[in-house]
Design a protein. Structure first.
Length: 326
């Protein structure tokens, strides 16, 4: 008789028990064994005393570095205070030198004015009555007998940039020589009027008008060819009259014309000048050292202007003053 076999079972309970126990053992092992960064484990295994010493060493080093930084900071703070004191001392010294330079410059200019002493010519004395006693005949070497003043100003770019503030000061100085005049006029070296409304006419003198002239000068910049012959000629032709005592003040820094001799000849013929006598008007000159640099020779145009104005002033009863600073 054939034996009947048992039906096949995919898994028995005993097998499942074994598998479960195995997995449980593995989980226990994972719990017991420490799993982490090897370097961290290595650091944890270092002797605590050694670790404390290491940390103390690091602390002492940090304290030493901090002390050194504090010393450097204190040293630099002290150096900064010293530099600030030096800056203050240098500023005081610079201000003192500026003041001394200004006083020296003013003193030299006064000396130049005093060295340029001039007296009224015999012709002017003859025209005056015997009873007339001149008041302030000479002020700083400049004859102050004129009743009408005309400024002929070089309005070129070099004057505008390099000497315009000084021009204002010199005009105020010149006007102070004449407390009151009968008329004023301002032209540039090309004969262009500062006040077109007063073209061909005298500007009435007043303190308000003098201030207005200086204010107007701030933005007055007509074209200029750096040659005073046109302005001087226009001033003489337009304003001369036998009953007027007129002084023309020419302010400039250089002469760009071709010939000094031709300008002198034109002005001498127009002004009736002959070695300072029989002139119609006085012609003075003020030279501004725009083209004079320390350690360098002055420009040829600046030298020509100085030569021109010296000759014109001498021939026409005036004074030429070359300023030594701006």
């Amino acid at each position: 008789m054939r034996k009947q076999r048992r039906p096949w079972q995919e898994a028995s309970l005993s097998f499942l028990d074994v598998i479960s126990c195995g997995f449980g053992a593995i989980i226990l092992l994972l719990i017991i064994v420490r799993i982490s960064d090897p370097t961290a484990i290595e650091e944890q295994e270092i002797n605590p005393q050694d670790r404390i010493k290491t940390m103390q060493t690091q602390l002492f080093k940090m304290r030493s570095d901090r002390a050194q930084l504090q010393d450097k900071y204190a040293t630099r703070q002290q150096r900064l205070i010293q530099l600030k004191k030096q800056i203050i001392d240098l500023e005081k010294k610079a201000n003192r030198l500026r003041a001394e330079s200004k006083l020296s410059s003013n003193s030299q200019e006064k000396q130049q004015l005093q060295l340029a002493l001039q007296v009224l010519t015999e012709e002017m004395e003859r025209l005056q009555s015997p009873e007339f006693k001149p008041k302030n005949q000479l002020i700083g070497g400049i004859p102050a007998d004129s009743e009408y003043i005309i400024f002929v100003i070089d309005s070129s770019g070099s004057m505008q940039v390099g000497a315009w503030e000084k021009v204002k000061l010199e005009m105020l100085t010149i006007l102070d020589i004449y407390p009151q005049v009968k008329g004023l006029q301002i032209l540039n070296d090309m004969g262009k009027y500062m006040f077109p409304a007063h073209r061909g006419q005298w500007i009435p003198d007043s303190s308000e008008m003098r201030n207005n002239i200086i204010t107007q000068l701030e933005n007055w910049a007509p074209f200029s060819n750096s040659s005073p012959v046109e302005g001087i000629s226009a001033a003489i032709k337009t304003f001369y009259s036998p009953d007027r005592k007129i002084s023309i003040y020419t302010l400039g820094d250089d002469f760009q014309g071709r010939s000094i001799r031709s300008v002198i000849k034109i002005v001498d013929e127009l002004n009736g000048a002959n070695g300072g006598s029989e002139r119609l008007v006085r012609i003075h000159g003020i030279g501004f050292p725009v083209h004079f640099s320390r350690g360098r020779a002055p420009s040829n145009a600046a030298i020509k202007f100085a030569a021109l104005m010296r000759e014109l002033s001498y021939n026409n009863g005036g004074t030429f003053i070359g300023l030594n600073s701006l």
